[in-house]
Ligand binder design. Structure first.
Ligand code: FAD
Ligand code: SIN
Length: 521
């Protein structure tokens, strides 16, 4: 099938949905999403969304906290844009129907997380993301200008390459005309032509064996833009969340929100020692990179595969009120968190880098925007401040909408784009080969490109990933396409970018900790 649409949005998390709601005022919108619409990192967000609302908090304090967490590598312009627009974006989200917890006096009950100097986290119990996703999906489904199509796997972006103009193409003048999309319901590959395309495909967390990101998080947007010759940066800054529930059989890893440490929970080692004060004066509420590395050091010293989070000092009433889902989840596996400590381990959680965008979320490819976790606005620098990512998605999706409403006036559909050519694709390799290769890749990344890196480990990862890439490209060139094969290819591209950028960064800064380059004091 061949479709034409004004605005093509790929992804149904906070970034894609909020953009779609905005641009629906200016034209017809199609949202494509590769699974059930609700399935997204957004749905799993627990702690909440940071925004400045009440005194004594100020924009300057939030800006300062963000810059400190980013370890000197934030783009200050992006930080200022994001924080100073935070109050308006939260109000808009509330107007779309999202509900946040209030105190008995009717004001918002703002939480505090690591690295924040004030209470400024809007939350809905401990499942804020699910509430945001519910509200946005409801608003989208009521909107007559938006068509939401589930189980549509976007394979690749359409550019001059698909017009046979590869030779003339220069990295600075690539244009995007739409996308090839595998309809998982019919098993056909459709052509979507669009005037403006928004990539909002989220995280690449599944490049690692253990991640809090859902299974849909395979870095498809980052890989598609890389193949289309768009720019990416800061991919080496992978954030490991210090406290995922230690339960190796579970995928994705279940998060124990940082808000719990904000409420008084303390990290302890197997001997019951509250070890964080040895590493940082902010203790369990130090920035995430420091906490994750400290846990890593404790585990390396003791040989244990987890540490504990002790929340027994938090009142039962507070736990039931603010953390009911974590309480219920832990109880399911036999841990009563009002009496027992929770086994936790650092786990891949968030990619601070991604597709390079400017202040209106424009990528380096014409007519192509990117927002949310797949993008790199410069807000996070070398380390993201907790609860800044949902905010970033809202701010930049809105900015992208303002820009694309103007851009669309001068763009025509590129009707010359041919439909997908499936000729020569006959070889259907057994699925186990794909899943096995994916596991191999995840092991390489977890073993060599984790919280602590070295030049030798990165070199090993580079060589091994190169081999996996060669084998997979060979398979891809002669196989009937499946979403699993496309995802594997995308994960390999993301792994390559993370390793390459980690190799190029000859310093330990923020989330990139390399023992060959000790951090500057
Ligand atoms: P997502 O919400 O992940 O949406 C991406 C969408 O793209 C999905 O619908 C997916 O199916 C679709 N998609 C992907 N590839 C394709 C393709 N090829 N074709 C079609 N569709 C595709 N941040 C905070 O600020 N506060 C928090 O409290 C917080 N808690 C978190 C807790 C957890 C467990 C996790 C994993 C993350 C948390 N984060 C938090 C981070 C935050 O949730 C994410 O950064 C944010 O939700 C990303 O939104 P997004 O719209 O960019 O991507
Ligand atoms: C958490 O709730 O700890 C996650 C917050 C975030 O990743 O921003």
């Amino acid at each position: 099938m061949r479709y034409k649409v004004d605005f093509l949005v790929i992804g149904s998390g906070i970034a894609g949905l909020s953009y779609a709601l905005e641009v629906s005022k200016y034209g017809k919108v199609t949202i494509l999403t590769k699974a059930e619409a609700v399935e997204s990192s957004t749905k799993y967000a627990q702690g909440g969304i940071a925004a400045v609302m009440y005194s004594p908090d100020t924009y300057e304090k939030h800006i300062h906290d963000t810059l400190i967490a980013g370890a000197g590598l934030c783009d200050e312009k992006s930080v200022r844009i994001t924080i100073t627009e935070s109050t308006d974006r939260i109000k808009e989200l509330i107007a779309w129907g999202a509900k946040f917890d209030k105190t008995s006096t009717g004001v918002y009950d703002l939480a505090r997380e690591g690295g924040h100097s004030e209470h400024r986290i809007f939350h809905h119990q401990d499942n804020t993301g699910a509430e945001i996703e519910r509200a946005l999906l409801e608003a989208v489904r009521k909107n007559k200008n938006i068509e939401l199509k589930e189980y549509q796997f976007t394979i690749d972006l359409l550019t001059q390459h698909h017009l046979g103009k590869e030779a003339n193409r220069h990295m600075d003048n690539v244009e995007c005309y739409g996308a090839y999309v595998l309809n998982k319901n019919t098993n056909t590959i459709d052509t979507y032509l669009a005037k403006v395309i928004m990539i909002a495909t989220g995280s690449n967390g599944n490049v690692y064996s253990a991640t809090t990101s859902p299974v849909v998080a395979t870095g498809d947007g980052q890989a598609m833009v890389h193949r289309a010759k768009g720019w990416l940066k800061n991919m080496e800054f992978v954030q490991f969340h210090p406290t995922a529930l230690y339960n190796p059989i579970e995928k994705p890893s279940f998060l124990i929100t940082e808000a719990m440490r904000g409420a008084g929970a303390i990290l302890k080692n197997m001997n019951g020692e509250a070890f964080m004060s040895k590493y940082d004066s902010r203790g369990s509420l130090a920035p995430r990179d420091i906490v994750a590395r400290s846990i890593n050091t404790e585990m390396a010293k003791s040989g244990d595969d987890h540490v504990f989070l002790d929340c027994r000092e938090i009142s039962k009433e507070e736990i039931m009120h603010h953390f009911p889902h974590i309480y219920a989840k832990c109880l399911e596996i036999g841990i009563n968190i009002t009496k027992d400590m929770i086994p936790v381990v650092p786990t891949a959680h968030y990619g601070c880098g991604g597709i390079v965008v400017d202040e209106y979320a424009r990528t380096t490819i014409k007519h192509l925007y990117a927002t949310g976790e797949c993008s790199c606005t410069g807000l996070h620098g070398a380390n993201r401040l907790a609860s800044n990512s949902l905010l970033e998605a809202l701010v930049y999706s809105r900015r992208a909408a303002l820009d694309s409403k103007e851009a669309i006036k001068d763009i025509d559909f590129c009707n010359q784009i041919p439909d997908w050519n499936a000729e020569g694709m006959i070889f259907n390799e057994e699925m186990s080969l794909i899943t096995q290769t994916q596991k191999e890749l995840q092991q390489i990344m977890s073993n060599y490109v984790g919280i602590v890196r070295s030049d030798l480990r990165l070199q090993r990862a580079f060589i091994r990933t190169g081999l996996i890439n060669k084998e997979t490209e060979e398979l891809y060139s002669r196989s009937v396409l499946t979403p699993q094969l496309c995802e594997l290819r995308n994960l390999i591209a993301n792994a390559y970018l993370i390793i390459k950028m980690a190799m190029e960064r000859k310093e330990s800064v923020g989330l990139n900790y390399n023992i060959d380059y000790p951090p500057k004091k």
